[in-house]
Write a protein that binds this ligand. Structure first.
Ligand SMILES: C[S@@+](CC[C@H](N)C(=O)[O-])C[C@H]1O[C@@H](n2cnc3c(N)ncnc32)[C@H](O)[C@@H]1O
Length: 384
């Protein structure tokens, strides 16, 4: 990560220098102390809410404990406030002069956060009400149904000239000025397919925040990165990112989420190149629009072919039925091994089965643990 001096920091638990993404395992206060002053463009923080104190809530129609984990237990209002002040001050130190910070929270924590921001001289810009459609019902029937979280947006100090992409927000809001009330659904099932974090934020929420207040190439910091939502959103929007997380379990979850996205990007650079000679009569070539050599240098083309092939198979159709002229010119089953330490394709092989591919992987001198993911692709290329 070019904007940080790597020597002063401990080894990151996740490092992708190509996309400038890094996550450290540890206490954010200790890690933030090692980050150079005025080096970060934007902070998003989703700190402990201090609400895991034996309450109940409703999940999927059932009564469940509200406890999220030890990290979310209250230490009493005074100690909670001191903690909020400490990490907010640490974030303020690393923010660039025009940088800004967003903090999400419920009533359990957000008033302390707002007060600490005022004490530290942040400039309050907005308090966003994030409205969750279809919130769980209130089981006690003694309160209104909790359906919002507050997200405070503040600039480093009163002199800051913060970034705000007003026009883009208006465009996203169908031409009307965007209000400070945002209705955004909780994380979708695809966001939880690698595992669950009890307080995971939706990618859509982070994407709106990053689009509103940062530029491509900016460095975004999340001191409580949890399942890595901020780092993932930063990657998707070409921002650089730095996360801190205490828990090894949540780190592993972030890694699975982020790597699956990295793999998609790396595979999209795969080049498939082959020659064919479909016309037995050389005279055909001069009069035909077909080229005798097919080169697919962008996987976008390749995936379009694959997807349509799979759809056809699922629907019980065959290409020959769709168009009798189609000629199968290339068919292969390929396995990609994505490295555990450097998230790239470290080995690729054609094989009939996963077992055969793994044998070949081992035969190449690697051990099973060198790979984090194995991706199988089946390619059929037809001459249209
Ligand atoms: C509210 S959650 C963040 C969830 C995250 N926004 C997401 O979308 O997954 C807070 C996270 O901070 C972590 N945490 C708590 N105290 C911390 C500390 N002092 N330093 C770093 N991480 C901490 C917890 O383990 C938890 O995963």
């Amino acid at each position: 990560m070019s904007k940080l001096s790597p020597n002063s920091l401990p080894a990151p638990a996740f490092d992708d220098p190509k996309h400038h993404l890094r996550i450290y395992q540890g206490d954010c206060l200790e890690i933030l102390a090692q980050i150079p002053e005025s080096s970060v463009d934007l902070v998003f923080a989703d700190p402990p809410y201090f609400l895991s104190n034996g309450g109940i809530t409703c999940h999927a129609g059932r009564m469940v404990s509200v406890n999220k984990g030890d990290w979310d237990k209250s230490r009493g209002p005074g100690a909670n406030h001191e903690f909020n002040r400490a990490w907010l001050a640490a974030c303020q130190r690393v923010l660039k002069p025009n940088g800004s910070l967003w903090v999400s929270g419920t009533a359990h924590v957000i008033h302390s956060v707002g007060f600490a921001m005022q004490q530290l001289g942040f400039k309050l810009l907005n308090d966003i009400s994030w409205v969750k459609p279809n919130p769980p019902p209130n089981l006690s029937c003694r309160y209104f149904t909790h359906s919002t979280e507050t997200i405070i947006w503040a600039a480093k100090n009163s002199k800051s000239r913060h970034t705000f992409h007003y026009k883009l927000m208006k465009e996203i809001n169908r031409g009307k000025q965007m209000k400070s009330v945002w209705e955004i659904r909780p994380p979708e099932p695809w966001e939880k397919k690698f595992g669950k974090h009890p307080t995971q934020k939706p990618v859509a929420l982070l994407e709106r925040i990053l689009l509103a207040s940062s530029n491509e190439g900016d460095l975004v910091l999340d001191p409580f990165s949890g399942s890595g939502t901020t780092v993932l959103a930063a990657f998707r929007l070409d921002r650089h990112a730095l996360g801190c997380e205490l828990s090894a379990e949540f780190l592993r979850l972030s890694l699975r989420r982020i790597c699956s996205n990295l793999v998609q990007v790396d595979l999209s650079l795969t080049c498939v190149e082959f020659s064919l000679d479909p016309f037995p009569d050389p005279m055909d070539r001069s009069s035909s629009a077909h080229s005798p050599a097919v080169i697919l240098s962008e996987a976008k083309n390749l995936s379009v072919l694959c997807v349509s092939a799979q759809t056809a198979i699922r629907e019980g159709r065959t290409f020959s039925r769709m168009s009798p002229q189609l000629q199968l010119v290339q068919q292969e089953r390929r396995f990609y091994f994505i490295g555990r330490s450097d998230r790239r394709v470290i080995f690729t092989v054609l094989a009939e089965s996963l077992d055969e591919a793994r044998q070949k992987f081992r035969a190449s001198g690697r051990s099973d643990s060198d790979a984090l993911f194995i991706i199988k692709t089946e390619t059929e290329i037809y001459l249209a």
